[in-house]
Design a protein around this ligand. Structure first.
Ligand code: C5P
Length: 232
């Protein structure tokens, strides 16, 4: 059964706690990203965990293996459930992240690799020295690379998840943002899919922000998305 993760895209710990409490039972998993973590630090992670929720700490580590290993260990100590690294950090960095996560056993953090940021196009890839591959080819190559070296899963767009879930081994996690229920405002997302389509294509976790956080009734919005996911 795919899980719903709400992107806690707010600026303060107080707002974060208020949102988690207001949404309540229908959502058991929250994503804390760079903005909120840089503002509030580990306290906000602890606060969300203390409310009985799982946490996806999306800090996209990319550093030398030893530093990433230690950062993942710090996340494990906080009780974080999912963490992100950049696949382009290389084999040793990916393995170091996976090994640090494994120290926490079956309930420790799972490591997700980011392949090509969706903000990059072909000419951006050429600028950073990736020539001769389309973004889609680069995503597929880095996805195979990262999972072969210990990553438990990938962050990917709902447009990529179908091909990737066919190509990679069963049990790989596919976490997809860019999800919009039919009729919801798209905002600045360009390539979106409905919750049902994303799950049908193989997503194991859907990340949804504004369609829930900015809804008049966030509880009803979360319940509707869950119902759509469970109906697949
Ligand atoms: O509000 P919305 O549903 O668009 O939020 C999606 C969340 O997923 C945001 O936190 C955004 O930063 C994140 N994300 C994304 N697209 C990516 C990677 C992450 O929308 N390619």
């Amino acid at each position: 059964m795919a899980e719903l993760i709400v992107a806690l895209d707010v600026q303060t710990r107080e707002e974060a706690v208020a949102k988690v409490k207001a949404i309540g039972e229908p959502v058991g998993f929250y994503k804390i990203g760079l903005e909120l973590f840089t503002a509030e630090g580990p306290d906000v992670v602890k606060a969300v965990k203390d409310l009985g929720k799982k946490v996806f700490l999306d800090l996209k580590f990319h550093d030398i293996p030893r530093t990433v290993e230690r950062a993942v260990r710090s996340g494990g100590k906080l009780g974080v459930d999912l963490m992100t690294i950049h696949a382009v950090g290389g084999q040793a960095m990916i393995r170091a992240a996976a090994d640090a996560a494994a120290e926490f056993g079956a309930n420790g953090p799972k490591i997700l690799a980011v392949t090509v940021l969706t903000s990059l196009d072909q000419s951006d890839l050429a600028d950073i020295g990736v020539a001769g591959r389309t973004p889609a080819e680069q995503v597929a190559a880095l996805a195979r690379f990262a999972t072969a070296h210990g990553a438990h899963g990938l962050v990917c767009s709902p447009r990529e998840v179908g091909a990737l879930s066919q190509a990679l081994r069963p049990g790989t996690l596919f976490v997809t943002p860019g999800v919009r229920p039919a009729g919801a405002a798209v905002g600045d997302q360009k390539r979106v899919a409905t919750p049902a389509d994303a799950v049908r294509d193989g997503a194991t976790h859907l990340v949804v922000g504004r369609p829930i956080l900015a809804a008049d009734d966030p509880v009803a919005a979360a319940r509707a998305i869950r119902a759509e996911m469970e109906g697949v």
